[in-house]
Design a protein around this ligand. Structure first.
Ligand SMILES: Cc1cc2nc3c(=O)[nH]c(=O)nc-3n(C[C@H](O)[C@H](O)[C@H](O)COP(=O)(O)OP(=O)(O)OC[C@H]3O[C@@H](n4cnc5c(N)ncnc54)[C@H](O)[C@@H]3O)c2cc1C
Length: 344
């Protein structure tokens, strides 16, 4: 038996932009439910860079991906959104009484007057090295993202890759880990030149190791690895690098996922929207954040926040067709302050 949950606005994607949309909708009395395939909220911020500082959120000179997510959760608390986590939005239909009906992979059914697509980079999964039985070590001694830096302190780390993530984390862990070895298949990098120079200085001074090599095999007893076998790309020499953890950073593959079959117009896996309301080609379906596209679009969190505010104004006309949208400031509206629970 499926559970049916009714709300005003269903938001697919609980990344930073989907979360902030709850706030903007809540100010104007629209209840929201969020669906996310990940077991936690925060999208790219909490999945890909929870411990990295972001420097371009207005008025927050530095905030990590996880802190930003936590702050957004605090900000939307007064509106008590319903979360459907760890399940993807798989099917979209229209009910007889003109509601959008979303069925999730856990067979939950969410019905809403308005649908917001905030699926960002889509369903993302890490590109993995082709190593036998790597799955048996994943999330124990092989990690594709750093979520808890403490577990790597005083350990032997093998970091693989040549992009910004590999270099940034290698540099980050040099003072903390017992030993850091960067493994990349060539002596050329996609990472920022400044990071590459810093890495080379640390290698020259003996503070970290760098191998121009391919990863061949994991040694250990699953789920705990003990060493990584590599082959030097220049000499062909095989080598065993003692390791407690392997951190491969080979980038991500992003897929639009099931929303590609919802009938919403898409171009190059992005959803074209107008810039007045961020509505799609289907009335009452809106799209905000990294998944949408329009002239001048920048995939920035602050752009998504702006889009969420204008989307809420557009959504209001569907949720309350007989009411006029009345713009208000949170600083001066006692009505809004009451909703936020901060009325004096
Ligand atoms: C390493 C890195 C550093 C960055 N640094 C910055 C920075 O400094 N400043 C900045 O402004 N931006 C930065 N960004 C970009 C920023 O993270 C994105 O712009 C932002 O996350 C977009 O938010 P979003 O909510 O639109 O999408 P996302 O964060 O991608 O969240 C979308 C959510 O939708 C979910 N989802 C997708 N499809 C489905 C489905 N069918 N069903 C259910 N759930 C689904 C996903 O699981 C995900 O949780 C950075 C990105 C990366 C990768």
């Amino acid at each position: 038996m499926s559970n049916i949950f009714k709300t005003d606005v269903a938001i697919i994607g609980a990344g930073p932009v989907g979360l902030f949309a709850v706030f903007e909708l809540g100010l104007y009395d629209m209840r929201a439910a969020l669906i996310d395939v990940l077991p936690m909220v925060g999208g790219q911020c909490s999945e890909l860079y929870p411990e990295k500082p972001i420097y371009d959120i207005p008025a927050l000179p530095s905030v990590t991906g996880q802190e930003l997510t936590d702050r957004l959760m605090e900000q939307i608390k007064p509106f008590n959104p319903q979360f459907f986590l760890d399940q993807s939005a798989d099917r979209l239909e229209k009910t007889a009484d003109d509601l959008w009906q979303i069925t999730t992979s856990d067979n939950n059914i969410i019905q809403a007057k308005v649908l917001v697509i905030a699926t960002g980079g889509g369903l993302f999964s890490p590109k993995k090295p082709a190593l036998d039985n790597i799955e048996a070590y994943e999330n124990q001694s092989v990690f594709y993202a750093v979520k808890n830096v403490d577990q790597f302190k005083d350990k032997n780390l093998v970091i693989a890759g040549g992009g910004d993530s590999a270099l940034d984390w290698a540099l980050y862990f040099v003072p903390l880990a017992k030993q850091v070895t960067l493994v990349h298949h060539r002596d050329g990098f996609k990472a920022a030149p400044d990071s590459v120079n810093k890495m080379k200085e640390l290698v020259a001074s003996g503070q970290m190791n760098f191998e121009v090599a391919s990863l061949d095999a994991i040694q250990g007893t699953a789920p705990q690895l003990t060493a990584i076998e590599v082959t030097n790309k220049v000499s062909g020499e095989k080598k065993l690098i003692p390791a407690d953890f392997l951190l491969p950073f080979y980038g991500l593959t992003m897929k639009a996922g099931p929303i590609g079959s919802f009938g919403i117009q898409m171009e190059n896996n992005l959803i074209p929207v107008d810039t007045e309301k961020f509505e799609t080609n289907i009335p009452s379906i809106f799209s905000i954040g990294d998944i949408n596209n329009y002239a001048g679009k920048q995939k920035l969190i602050l752009s998504g926040f702006h889009e969420a505010a204008l989307m809420a104004k557009g959504a209001f006309s569907y949720v309350y067709p007989d009411k006029k949208f009345r713009f208000q400031y949170t600083t001066s509206s006692t009505g809004l302050q009451k909703k936020l629970g901060v009325d004096a």
